[in-house]
Ligand binder design. Structure first.
Ligand SMILES: [Fe+2]
Length: 253
């Protein structure tokens, strides 16, 4: 990171903290308590959780390189790279519990032209709100993770199950702070996806479900209602349909 930016950003951050101290007449005892709290959270292994829960969404939302296209979302802590390419877009095992979901849509550029050959890297919680690899082995390796590609007309298809809402880890210092702030630890149900293509900026986002009770009060303040789509019921099929719009690489020039 450029030295001048370190200096100017840090100076502004210190000024912002000073303003908060003045506004709330923060005492020295409270200052020490705050430092102790952050130390306790780090000692409890919650360094990423604490900062990602309260700050990451702000950084993503204010990204100056993101000008157009589908809204970006936080990567979150549960991504794993190099997941397999899915045969026929089938990500859920035959015996995976939960409501079967057919996910389809189109990848477009900002001129509404279809974009083929886009790698779509999906991951999600299962119907009990668990992410494989982060659930102590409760679900199989690489479960509900995988990559597909849009075809030459930009279309994509994924067969999965509807993910459940889940709580971020809330039994440690981060959860305590959320409760003291009067906030809950629930995230709305969502699919994570990263869209990659060499001609476009990589898009990291999350897709939500219209009507989810936690859309407006996401524990990590990430959820965006423009990324919430309705479930469509067609016979015995449940369908989720949405488009992804990619930003040209040179949009910021
Ligand atoms: Fe998630």
């Amino acid at each position: 990171m450029d030295k001048n930016r370190v200096a100017s950003i840090t100076s502004d951050l210190i000024d912002a903290v000073r303003d908060v101290c003045i506004k709330h007449a923060v005492t020295h005892t409270e200052y020490r308590a705050a430092i102790d709290f952050v130390s306790r959270a780090i000692d409890a292994g919650e360094r990423s959780l604490l900062f990602d829960a309260f700050l990451e969404a702000n950084v993503v939302a204010s990204d100056p390189t993101k000008i157009t296209g589908t809204t970006s979302q936080v990567l979150g802590p549960f991504y794993l790279p190099d997941m397999p390419f899915l045969k026929d877009g089938v990500m859920a095992r035959e015996n995976e519990l939960g409501e079967r979901l057919r996910v389809s849509g189109k990848v477009l550029n900002c001129r509404s032209e279809p974009v083929g050959g886009v790698e779509l890297d999906f991951w999600q919680a299962d119907a009990s709100g668990r992410y494989s690899h982060f659930d102590g082995g409760a679900t199989p390796d690489k479960n509900l993770r995988g990559r597909i590609a849009s075809d030459e007309t930009g279309d994509f298809f994924l067969e999965t199950v509807k993910p459940a809402q889940y709580t971020i880890p809330d039994q440690g210092p981060t959860g305590l702070l959320l409760r003291e702030m009067g906030r809950h630890s629930w995230r709305p149900a969502h699919l994570h996806v990263i869209a990659r293509h060499s001609d476009y900026s990589t898009l990291t986002t999350q897709i939500y479900f219209e009507g989810d009770e936690y859309l407006e009060s996401d524990a990590v303040r990430a959820a965006s209602t423009d990324l919430a789509f309705p479930l469509i019921y067609d016979g015995d099929q449940t369908i989720l349909s949405f488009n992804l719009v990619l930003q040209d690489i040179d949009s910021t020039n």
